[in-house]
Design a protein around this ligand. Sequence first.
Ligand code: R5P
Length: 294
Amino acid sequence: MVKYTVIGGSASEELARKISKRLKAQFVKANLRTFPDGEGKITLSSEPKNGTIVIVQSTAPPVDSNLIQMLSLAHKAQEYADRIIAVIPYMGYARQDREFLPGEIITIKAIAKMLKSSKVSDVLTVDIHSKISLKQFKSYGRDVSATQDLVRHIKKLVLRNPLIVSPDMGGRHRAEQFANQYNAEFVVLQKKRNRTTGKVKILSENLDIVKDRDLILVDDMISTGGSIVKAAKFLKRQKCGRIIVACTHALLVNDAHKKIRNAGVSKIISTNTVPGTTSIVDISDTLAKAIQGT
Ligand code: R5P
């Protein structure tokens, strides 16, 4: 049987503790102290045992500082580990997977190389934004889905003639999977994002199918809330019932939560890949099983 040590980065401490319990592993906390100039100093709470080390650290905001912490922890783990598994439940920069405008840098590719050169042998993520991003990790990258955990939770809600909605074509497959597991129909909205300003627009029109039905709006992530706000306002104009948002990673930057509620969304349900007020779905079991399968 593999003996694990789990190191919990400061962005994912609670989730790391849960994973560690499930793996019956030693838990090591990464203490972070931030100096006035913004530099972080990371100290391990105890010495990891030799063997397989699992580092759990989402690269949620503050994204760059959490990324540096992940890389630093991997660097330190090399002193003890035969094998390092990096669990990055929310993988920041995964939306920067291609050169949309000339001169743009595919940062996710640079991150994949940095992790590899830190002797990380496996990278595990949850609902990474795109397949293209995952490909940058070649054979050492694996993505797991939080859909079954979200569906299990949402099935407990009493909804009127529920319908699954994806806010854009990019989320079609996710919405379809959700709908299959939830046993409902799904529809996909047409969304356009301005690559320079980042603003989004819903291009869909007259969607009678949503009328008087409770909707589950499924997305991989919420950052500024722009996509969900536009979708919710459009769906409300189509006279839908309640709107429940189910997403894996709720970053909810600035006043995103308030904007989404003001747009007519009744509830946001997200997973603990990013801790916060909406992250009520625990994915530690899914991750622990995936770690054992690597
Ligand atoms: C876009 O393709 C993604 O799936 C999300 O819908 C998007 O990135 C969320 O960002 P925001 O909340 O800023 O619109």
